[in-house]
Design a protein around this ligand. Structure first.
Ligand SMILES: Nc1ncnc2c1ncn2[C@@H]1O[C@H](COP(=O)(O)OP(=O)(O)OP(=O)(O)O)[C@@H](O)[C@H]1O
Length: 711
């Protein structure tokens, strides 16, 4: 113990010294930059081009050095908050040398001796901590595999220079610390989990080779956390080739983007850019057509769609649809183009010349071929006219472009896409909303048509794309992603949490789209108490799910005589939450409209709640009211699911929403209804299937390691 205290005290002392040194060095660099700038302002006129260029380079170099030092200072400051969280004692087989390796969020070495005092959790040696129990172990160092024996593993909770507790854990990363972490109140934003990453999660984080990695994980298995830790790992591992500017996350909505925004900065990395499918659609369709959004489609679905609309959605949500559209588009260029003579200012290009010129560009998208043909025809005729002393104007080139366009019956990608539905077997499967707006189901088929028929700029600078909520995207959306992002991808989601069963993708379908992908699965669920997980499992069963044992109050399903009594019940639950130690509360309704109405009712009673709808961009901590769709990916200490009446939750889509709402709860779940409860809660009336009552607030800790209480 004394040894541990000394190690911590020495590490903190050196960290503080290093911070001071860095501060002074940053000040000096800032001074140098300022001097250079002043010199430049004063002497700019007298400097020649070479001197100016040299000066600029010098300033840029100083700025680069300063930025680097600022970044290291940030890391040191972060380490000072908690210098390390783990230690692994490893004896190398090669020379029998044994050493304790301390692990924290960043590397830190003694500036004098260069001895590593803390290893970054992403460093090769740190994988020992996550991947092995006591006994034989190995890790991949740059020079090759290092083999040896783990003689001990220890976990710490260090705050500043105080050792709050530590555990010796011979086996996996101790349940004790994990239990403590999971029992805590939800943070305002998603937090990092470096201290308790589990082995199966580490495998996902440290996979360096997959071009595409598909991660299927049950609700609460840490998919999103793990994907963000994976980004941090890749940025560390490939720091020379990859920067945060090259990584992007495709997230379901802006609220979710805000919720996860802290994880990478907490891990010492810059935030990565975020995008959603709506922004992609907007980028390509803004000047083409108005379109229904995903959220509008969800609202429509929850209100109930007719059979024809369901058929249109399902048809466009299959891999076969992509193949069909692809084939049809590929043959348009040859089958629908009719070469004709071009004539301008009494000069002609024969039909054969046109046909040959068009054939020469085979392989390019059809509208690019037409543009190329028009350009070469105009250039040729222009030359002939000018050679004879004539004049050529922009109007002549335009006229040629028109003549060429007239050889292809489709004006643009939209009319081409509409023509796809003129085939008798597809009649009625395209139905615009009014005259100018297309349904959501047509949005990505149209974007795909645009990409396949004309040159479109993609996202070339992105080298790694994270795709969250993979089950909510259709094969044609993946086809669009493949065209726009020719980079590595981490694709994650849960087939059990689809928002729209009519147009979602199952794991096998996604696997077929990326046949070379590495597929990994996370089955342990960490978020909720065993009682809540068991309850949610009765709503929608997933046999693969393994709950992490942690106990709390059984979920309550509360009946109310009428609407007024129902709202009073919610008021009482909100009050109860206020009196508790829990911080965050999510009131999760089926739809945004229901959330809005209840928000108004509760506001009239003086309850202050943050209302999140599709326009919201920020995740507010504390008490929130929203819909299940928007709550996807979020979590709360306490969840209240109002109006779980059978009329409200009756369809498969409703069931999905109920499951999402229940699985957002970490510690407490309450459901309220008027009239008969939803059919999906019928199990609550069968005594045998109810989760066993547990003592509130007790956490079942399986005692794997020896506990050394400190302080
Ligand atoms: N190894 C771990 N140590 C501590 N906490 C963990 C660990 N793994 C996951 N968690 C916690 O479990 C919760 C769920 O994580 P996350 O939101 O990443 O899961 P998810 O699989 O994306 O969930 P969902 O699909 O249900 O939205 C978070 O509170 C996260 O901090």
């Amino acid at each position: 113990m004394e040894q541990e205290r000394q190690y911590l005290a020495e590490t903190v002392r050196l960290l503080k010294l290093e911070l001071e040194r860095l501060g002074a060095s940053i000040d000096r660099t800032a001074g140098t930059i300022q001097e250079h700038k002043e010199f430049m302002w004063e002497n700019w006129r007298d400097m020649d081009a070479a001197e100016k260029a040299a000066m600029r380079t010098e300033v840029n170099t100083s700025v680069g050095v300063g930025d680097g030092a600022v970044m290291v200072r940030r890391h040191m400051e972060r380490l000072l908050q908690s210098p390390y969280f783990g230690r692994v004692d490893f004896r190398r087989a090669e020379d029998g040398e044994g050493k304790g390796h301390y692990i924290g969020v960043h590397d830190f070495s003694d500036p004098q001796t260069q001895e590593i005092l803390v290893h970054d959790w992403r460093a090769p040696v740190s994988s020992l901590y996550y991947d092995f129990e006591s006994g034989a172990a190995h890790f991949e160092a740059p020079a090759g595999t290092v083999r040896g024996t783990i003689t001990g593993k220890r976990q710490y909770k260090v705050v500043g220079d105080r050792l709050e507790y530590m555990f010796d854990s011979a086996l996996t990363i101790g349940d004790e610390v994990l239990q403590r972490e999971l029992s805590q109140s939800a943070d305002d934003k998603m937090k990092n989990i470096v201290a308790t990453i589990q082995r199966e999660q580490n495998e996902v984080i440290r996979n360096e080779t997959a071009k595409v990695l598909i991660l299927q994980g049950v609700a609460g298995s840490g998919k999103t956390s793990i994907a963000l830790h994976r980004v941090a790992f890749l940025l560390y591992r490939f720091k020379d080739a990859l920067s945060s500017d090259n990584v992007m996350i495709l997230s379901p909505n802006k609220v979710f983007g805000d919720y996860i925004a802290n994880v990478l900065p907490e891990l010492g990395e810059e935030q990565i850019a975020e995008i959603d499918f709506e922004r992609i659609a907007d980028r390509y369709l803004a000047k083409v057509t108005a379109f229904e959004t995903f959220s509008e489609q969800v609202v429509k679905l929850l209100d109930g769609v007719d059979g024809a609309a369901a058929e249109r959605m399902s048809f466009k949500a299959t891999p076969e649809f992509v193949t069909l559209l692809d084939r049809w588009l590929a043959s348009r260029g040859d089958e629908d183009f009719a070469a004709r003579q071009i004539e301008q200012r009494n000069k002609r290009l024969s039909q054969d010349w046109v046909a040959d010129a068009y054939v020469a560009s085979r392989g390019l998208p059809v509208f690019a071929r037409l543009d190329l043909l028009a350009e070469s025809a105009a250039s040729r005729l222009r030359q002939e006219v000018l050679d004879k002393g004539g004049k050529w104007s922009a109007a002549d080139s335009n006229s040629i472009r028109k003549q060429v366009r007239a050889m292809f019956p489709h004006k643009d990608a939209l009319s081409l896409y509409k023509a796809f539905y003129q085939a008798p077997e597809r009649k009625g499967l395209f139905k615009p909303i009014g005259r100018k707006k297309i349904e959501y189901a047509d949005v990505f088929p149209l974007v795909y048509t645009m990409i396949k028929t004309s040159r479109q700029e993609g996202y070339g600078r992105i080298r790694h794309l994270l795709v969250d909520e993979m089950q909510d995207y259709t094969p044609v959306q993946y086809a669009v992603l493949r065209e726009l992002f020719s980079c590595k991808m981490t694709i994650l989601g849960d087939a059990n949490q689809s928002v729209n069963p009519l147009s979602s993708s199952s794991l096998p379908v996604i696997r077929d789209i990326f046949p070379d992908a590495d597929c990994l699965e996370l089955c342990r669920s960490y978020r909720s108490t065993s009682e809540i997980t068991d309850f949610a499992q009765h709503v929608s069963r997933n046999d693969k799910l393994i709950p992490v044992e942690r106990h709390g109050l059984p979920p309550q399903v509360l009946a109310a005589a009428d609407r007024r009594a129902h709202d009073e019940q919610i008021l009482a639950l909100v009050e109860r939450h206020r009196q508790s130690d829990y911080r965050s509360l999510g009131i999760i309704c089926k739809t945004v409209a229901q959330a809005e109405q209840l928000h108004r009712t509760l506001a009239a009673e003086g309850i202050d709640l943050a209302f999140l709808d599709y326009e919201s961009t920020e995740f507010s901590a504390g008490a929130v009211i929203t819909s299940a769709h928007i709550a996807k990916g979020l979590e709360f200490d306490t969840v209240i699911a109002p109006h779980v009446d059978d009329t409200n939750y009756a369809t498969e889509i409703d069931k999905g929403m109920l499951y999402i709402a229940c699985t957002r709860a970490m510690h407490e779940l309450h459901l309220t209804h008027v009239g008969p409860p939803s059919r999906f809660l019928a199990f609550t009336k069968e005594p045998d299937s109810r989760p066993a009552a547990a003592t509130p607030g007790t956490a079942e800790i399986s005692d794997r390691g020896t506990r050394t209480p400190v302080c």
